[in-house]
Design a protein. Structure first.
Length: 303
């Protein structure tokens, strides 16, 4: 897809973020580029009972000192005086903490953040990046989960390997945020048709939901597809899984009213708030996920 190609293109990555209409459009999906903006956006949502996840945008760092700065930023978030009803959870990309450069340094950063998050009574999530990082991310998660019960991981339903990965993790009583997937992966390893992705997602979600029912997992449905969520809930109900066991995680600014509706219907609701200056590739992947997002962005070009 052209949007995913645009996300990877170095020239576009350098030049498009300078355009005013692009910067205006991105504010639908992120409230600003700093932590103060993120906390400001979170306040009203948290007051209405939603959980909050923060992620500072950035990936594939080339200098390890930059990973040290990212870790320090997240530590400062955990130390921040609580202006929200409950501590926000953190969702981090391993390559933003040095995975490409030094896997052990990355693990040390994650281990420290998981310990601080546990002390603050909150959670640390590992985002899943492109398919070449799946094995390394799973390895990191297994090491972290051995010492910290408050760590979660993202799995991508469109990867054909994911059922095997989920079964690998289930003995750990994992926390899993299941998403459809937003990277441009070849058909040899990933489902490309929507119907196939939805079927894979539903099958994985039901396995995870039953584990959550038995206290063997934390189940988070990371999708804006409310029809799919309702179908999963219907099958889960038949298996004795309550809606209270099926968290719904949505991105800030996307289907916010629908998240409120699902929350009122009994699903624990979380909003993931992204912020930071390195937003371009992340933003292009969000556009690629849903045609309505593209239409919104195109309207920003008009006077």
């Amino acid at each position: 897809m052209i949007l995913l190609w645009m996300a990877r293109n170095p020239w576009l990555r350098e030049h498009l973020p300078r355009l005013g209409f692009v910067r205006r459009a991105v504010h639908r999906f992120m409230p600003g580029e700093d932590a103060d903006s993120a906390f400001g956006a979170a306040a009203g949502l948290a007051a209405n009972g939603q959980g909050i996840l923060f992620t500072r945008l950035g990936e594939n760092l080339a200098v390890l000192a930059e990973a040290d700065e990212v870790a320090a930023h997240y530590r400062a978030l955990l130390d921040r005086e609580g202006s929200l009803p409950r501590r926000p959870e953190l969702s981090v990309k391993p390559t933003q903490l040095g995975l490409d450069i030094d896997a052990e340094a990355c693990f040390r950063h994650l281990d420290g953040l998981a310990g601080l998050a546990g002390g603050a009574g909150t959670w640390l999530w590992l985002d899943m990046e492109g398919s070449t990082y799946v094995d390394a991310t799973l390895d990191l998660y297994e090491r972290l989960r051995a010492a910290h019960p408050n760590v979660g991981i993202c799995l991508q339903a469109y990867l054909k390997r994911t059922p095997r990965d989920l079964w690998r993790l289930l003995p750990l009583a994992p926390a899993v945020r299941l998403v459809k997937g937003a990277y441009d992966e070849p058909a040899t390893i990933a489902y490309r048709r929507r119907a196939e992705v939805d079927a894979a997602y539903q099958a994985l979600a039901l396995v995870l939901a039953e584990a959550a029912r038995d206290g063997r997992a934390r189940c988070a449905l990371g999708t804006h597809d409310s029809g799919l969520i309702e179908r999963i809930a219907s099958f889960a109900d038949a298996a004795g899984v309550s809606r209270g066991s099926l968290e719904v995680h949505m991105l800030y600014g996307i289907r916010a009213r629908e998240l409120v509706r699902l929350q009122a219907a009994g699903f624990p609701a979380f909003t993931l708030i992204a912020y930071g200056s390195f937003w371009y590739p992340w933003y292009m992947r969000r556009l690629a996920e849903r045609p309505a997002n593209v239409l919104f962005a195109l309207r920003q070009i008009l006077p």
